[in-house]
Design a protein around this ligand. Structure first.
Ligand code: NAI
Length: 333
């Protein structure tokens, strides 16, 4: 099958080419994000292969459809960036990689917790400058703290497991409690989680229900000094509200791997440009905020799985046999 791979970074090319070695697909790599401007690049390609910041709204899907695209193969688990209703109407099949390495994301969330707690990023810079003072680096024992997990799917449960290993108590909220959750995971209502957790980590998808779930009223219910971690999707957090929470001291630590306006920033080198997102730049001024640019998934294992599953989806679509991880349109999403 002819596949137009959008947002194709060198690492995507490496892993997809490797996974395609035993197959016969024709891969064309485009560095550009998929948008209405770049969609014409996919004319004549039966498959468009997209990542998290590609823009698959009704206009783009219509363009893909006109150009002969019948399959959108997402290299991500999340599919909030696809207008599934439009895809269904146009007869475009959407496939995704459901769980490429939940460990990668959960472990990165833990890395954010650990770094923020012990301020290792500040300590690193200090030591390089010959500054061995400890003021401002005071942490706390994780042991005995209460960790709130919002969304207990593949990633949330692994995160819960790791934090339980530190001796934390785990409270969780999920409208669909996971039968695979271990006995130490205490499901509680959201307001109880907010009231009890010292650390809150977001592992739910972006849906109409979770859009700006963490807003001013949610923050007001949290413990003063709470640590908030988001490796889910940017829009789950209302950035304006967390900036206010940081300024008032209500939020004590913020760790983000995702940001609601990340499309304009992440995965590219902007170091020689003026960044005009004032909200993002304000976030970077806080000493107790640690931001990574959507790298939680970025491990050898995850990239191998993403490439393998993406091409297996395409194989299954083409042959009509094998497992196709199809995203089914649900009016609620
Ligand atoms: P999953 O589908 O296994 O689990 C999601 C869980 O969230 C489910 O148990 C679901 O019931 C729950 N949920 C749904 N609505 C909820 C709500 N309103 N409140 C609380 N929980 C709710 O998904 P998985 O694989 O664990 O991934 C979670 C999210 O992590 C993805 O949707 C994606 O947005 C994000 N992600 C981020 C990556 C990164 O690199 N930063 C990489 C991969 C995923």
């Amino acid at each position: 099958m002819r596949i137009a791979v959008f947002s194709a970074k060198p690492y995507d090319q490496t892993f997809l080419t490797r996974a395609n070695a035993a197959r016969r697909h024709s891969l064309s790599f485009f560095d550009a994000r998929l948008t209405a401007e770049t969609a014409p690049l996919a004319v004549g390609f039966e498959c468009g292969c997209a990542f998290v910041n590609d823009h698959l709204d009704a206009v783009v899907l219509e363009q893909l459809h006109q150009g002969g695209t019948r399959l959108v193969a997402l290299r991500s688990a999340g599919f909030n960036h696809v207008d599934l209703a439009a895809a269904e109407r146009l007869g475009i099949t959407v496939a995704r990689v459901p769980a490429y390495s939940p460990h990668a994301v959960a472990e990165h969330a833990v890395a954010l917790v650990m770094s923020l707690n012990r301020m290792t990023f500040r300590a690193y810079n200090r030591v390089r400058e010959g500054n061995f003072a400890l003021d401002g680096l005071l942490g706390f024992d994780l042991h005995g703290k209460t960790v709130g997990v919002i969304g207990t799917g593949h990633i949330g449960l692994i995160f819960a497991d790791i934090m339980h290993g530190f001796g934390c108590r785990i409270v969780a909220y999920d409208p669909y409690p996971n039968p695979e959750a271990k006995a130490f995971v205490e499901y509680v209502p959201l307001d109880t989680l907010y009231a009890q957790a010292d650390i809150i980590s977001l592992h739910c998808p972006l849906t109409p229900d979770t859009d700006h779930l963490i807003n001013a009223s949610a923050i007001a219910q949290m413990k003063r000094g709470v640590m908030l971690i988001n490796t889910g999707r940017g829009r789950v957090v209302d950035t304006h509200a967390v900036i206010a929470g940081l300024k008032s001291g209500h939020i004590g630590y913020l760790g983000l791997d995702v940001y609601e306006e990340e499309e304009q920033l992440f995965f590219e080198d902007h170091s020689h440009k003026v960044i005009d997102d004032d909200q993002f730049m304000r976030l970077t001024t806080f000493h107790n905020v640690l931001i990574t640019g959507h790298q939680a998934f970025f491990t050898q294992e995850a990239l191998t799985n993403i490439a393998e599953t993406t091409l297996a989806n395409i194989d299954a679509f083409e042959s009509g046999s094998g497992t196709l991880h199809r995203v089914v349109y649900d009016k609620r999403t």
